[in-house]
Design a protein around this ligand. Structure first.
Ligand code: DSN
Length: 416
């Protein structure tokens, strides 16, 4: 990045500092990952120079001889990988993708039924502070107070009462598998469409370690940068009957020109995700999460739903007498990066909740395995016990960095 260094040494230095941080820390934010060098190269390419409003073969600009082929490759790879009729790879990210889906398929005032945000859902599944919970009506299901898993009797009862136009599965902090078949049965009973927001688990679905929504969902949406290991972006996939409405809603309905450098990087990530190595990776993400969960349980941590079936773990820190924010800050000071999070039926407020969310996609991309998960649990236990004690936390951080440097971070070559 010589030219960047000359032109803007401030930004150059901050990027270098972030590289160092991403190498020297244990990154446990469940929605983050390390992309490959190939994905980084496509993301940083001259395709950022192009405008391409429209779709391949029907653009509003000339000069698309290369871009049309790039977008077509991305679309074809998405269709093959997720076994769907149609794919739109243009959404800028997950939230606009969900808004585009509702814009395409709902009328103003129709009801969206999704998992409540404090129970592991997402803002755009109809939560009141989001446009999706104000422009449309909203009904929110919750997880069971004891088991912390979705109770289908309650989901069915709510669906029959509220008669939603669309039911959304998926979330950001749900550590168990999504039963798409049961949701599709309920959706059919009430005449609702089923949207599977698989942003968190797309890579696990492709890797064969999470149920597949394709036989059941009318529309599937995913971000491309989480377990899928692609650039920041999103895709909407659907049955042919919804294709035209979805495409029109993305452009011209909601967005302008697609970000072609992102489209190219999505195509690269989808090619990588179709390899046998990616299946091994997805399996390891889940087994690492299970090992980390078991080790945390053995150390007296309380886990929402008692463990995990996927890539993420939700810790209720109440038993450790530390609040989530203080715990997350202590962990960051110790070189372990995660986020504070609400737990179901949390008595505390969202900006200072009781829990922590952890995830294994990024550490697994570095090749860490069971031994490192056990070590991370030990580091976490020590850091939480020493929350607020900066000297002790720095000692843990030094040991964390020593462990991290044994595992190269994909896409990052440190110069010094
Ligand atoms: N903010 C993302 C996450 O961390 O899960 C979801 O949008």
């Amino acid at each position: 990045m010589d030219e960047l260094k000359r032109t803007d040494p401030d930004i150059y230095q901050l990027i270098k500092d972030e590289e160092r941080y991403e190498v020297d820390s244990v990154r446990l934010i469940a929605s983050e990952n390390y992309v490959s060098k190939a994905v980084l190269e496509a993301t940083g390419s001259i395709l950022t120079n192009k405008y391409s409003e429209g779709y391949p073969g029907r653009r509003y600009y000339e000069g698309q001889r290369n871009v049309d082929q790039i977008e077509t490759l991305a679309v074809d790879r998405a269709k093959a990988l997720f076994k769907v009729d149609h794919a739109n790879v243009q959404p800028y990210s997950g939230s606009p993708a969900n808004v585009a889906i509702y814009f395409a398929l709902l009328k103003p005032g129709d009801t969206i039924m999704g998992l409540a945000l404090p129970h592991g859902g997402h803002l755009t599944h109809g939560w009141p502070v989001s446009i999706t919970g104000t422009f449309w009506k909203s009904a929110q299901y919750e997880v069971d107070r004891e088991s912390h898993v979705v109770d289908f009797d309650k989901v069915r009862a709510l669906a029959h009462k509220e008669r939603p136009k669309i039911i959304v599965t998926g979330g950001t902090a749900y550590p168990r598998l999504w039963d798409f078949k049961s949701f599709s049965e309920i959706a059919k009973e009430v005449g609702a469409l089923l949207l599977a927001d698989i942003s968190h688990v797309a890579g696990l679905i492709v890797g064969g370690v999470h149920p597949d929504p394709a036989p059941y969902a009318d529309v599937i949406m995913t971000t491309t940068h989480k377990t899928l290991r692609g650039p920041r972006g999103a895709m909407i996939m659907c049955r042919n009957e919804y294709a035209e409405a979805i495409d029109k809603a993305v452009f011209p309905g909601l967005q302008g020109g697609p970000h072609n450098h992102t489209t190219a990087a999505i195509a690269v990530a989808l090619k990588e995700a179709a390899t046998p190595e990616f299946k091994v990776y997805a399996k390891k993400v889940v087994s690492n999460a299970k090992t980390l969960a078991d080790e945390l349980l053995a150390r007296g941590f309380s886990l929402v739903s008692g463990g995990t079936d996927n890539h993420l773990i939700l810790v209720d820190l109440t038993s450790k007498k530390v609040i989530g924010k203080k715990g997350a800050k202590a962990l960051d000071a110790a070189g372990i990066v995660c986020n504070y999070n609400t737990v179901p039926h949390d008595p505390r407020k969202p900006f200072s909740p009781s829990g922590l969310r952890l995830g294994t996609p990024a550490v697994t991309s570095r090749g860490m395995g069971d031994a490192e998960m056990r070590q991370i649990a030990k580091f976490m236990d020590e850091a939480i016990a020493h929350a607020g004690d900066e000297t002790e936390l720095q000692k843990i951080a030094a040991a964390v960095t020593e462990m991290c440097r044994k595992f190269p971070a994909p896409g990052i070559t440190l110069i010094s």
